[in-house]
Design a protein around this ligand. Structure first.
Ligand SMILES: Nc1ncnc2c1ncn2[C@@H]1O[C@H](COP(=O)(O)OP(=O)(O)OP(=O)(O)O)[C@@H](O)[C@H]1O
Ligand SMILES: [Mg+2]
Length: 246
């Protein structure tokens, strides 16, 4: 459904993404793994129209969407759940979900909301709470739910595990799996191989803006030392905490 071929994205003269290709299919999770600064966020922002594409082709269901504005891309059925969640802290859970629905037909709001509450019962329980009072994991679920309210067929998720306690990471990964199992195509970006590989079907490892490995997740799992070397994790102590809030 989503095909990205030879994507190039630059910041002025700096080429941050240099020829990345990947695909996302319904019901599957494609993982982009890469170290800090590898170009993961830039890739996602290029795909969904938030940054201009210098070269390459992006198609959604065989239609060219490269170069379209972000809101048109959302209407076409692809939504980005951004790095750091970005929920509107003073607004209630319900108001945040309503904001996600602005491109979807009003007549389908109740059904879409019911679907989000079924997947994330905690959001239903806390629908009147200010989003800023939710835990990090709950805020991530709200960010997913808000994305789902636009009726996407493809969801892009930028480091959903970032800054969460391990138990919450598992629960967020479960949600990612459930979203894919509902038939959506999911593209998830992570910098931690352990976290990302748990949820993935297909993997693309990126280093310095280029693809260094692309293949099924089982292959990546069985060659995890190679994947770790690409991520520079080999040199890190296992216990080193992940950076938060960048
Ligand atoms: N606004 C910007 N202007 C100039 N360079 C940028 C900008 N944003 C990112 N870069 C550079 O582009 C490269 C890729 O950055 P990007 O944010 O895509 O990495 P990332 O893989 O998402 O990293 P992280 O894991 O830290 O989120 C980095 O070298 C970064 O310094
Ligand atoms: Mg990033």
């Amino acid at each position: 459904m989503l095909e990205v071929s030879d994507l190039h994205v630059s910041y002025g003269a700096v080429e941050a993404v240099r020829g990345i290709s990947l695909s996302v299919t319904p019901g599957r999770v494609t993982l982009v793994l890469g170290a800090n600064g590898a170009g993961k966020t830039t890739t996602l922002r290029g795909i969904c129209g938030l940054l201009p594409i210098r070269r390459g082709v992006v198609t959604l269901d065989s239609n060219q969407i490269g170069g379209m504005s972000p809101h048109r891309i959302v209407r076409r059925g692809m939504v980005l759940v951004p790095e750091g969640r970005r929920v509107f802290a003073p607004l209630s859970v319900l108001e945040n979900l309503r904001l996600g629905a602005y491109t979807a037909p009003r007549s389908q709001f109740d059904a879409d909301l019911a679907r989000v509450f079924e997947l994330f019962p905690i959001l239903s329980d806390r629908r009147s709470s200010a989003a800023g009072l939710l835990s990090g994991g709950e805020q991530q679920m709200l960010a997913f739910g808000r994305g789902m309210m636009s009726q996407p067929r493809v969801m892009l998720m930028d480091e959903p595990s970032m800054g969460l306690a391990p138990a919450m990471v598992d629960s967020v990964l479960n949600s990612v799996r459930q979203i894919a199992d509902s038939g959506m195509g999911v593209l998830i970006v992570e910098q931690n191989a352990d976290v990302g590989l748990e949820a993935a079907d297909d993997v693309v490892v990126v280093a310095r803006g280029e693809v260094v490995f692309s293949g099924p997740a089982d292959v990546a799992r069985s060659h995890s030392s190679v994947v770790r070397a690409f991520l520079g994790e080999a040199a890190l102590a296992e216990t080193q905490p992940r950076a938060e809030g960048r």
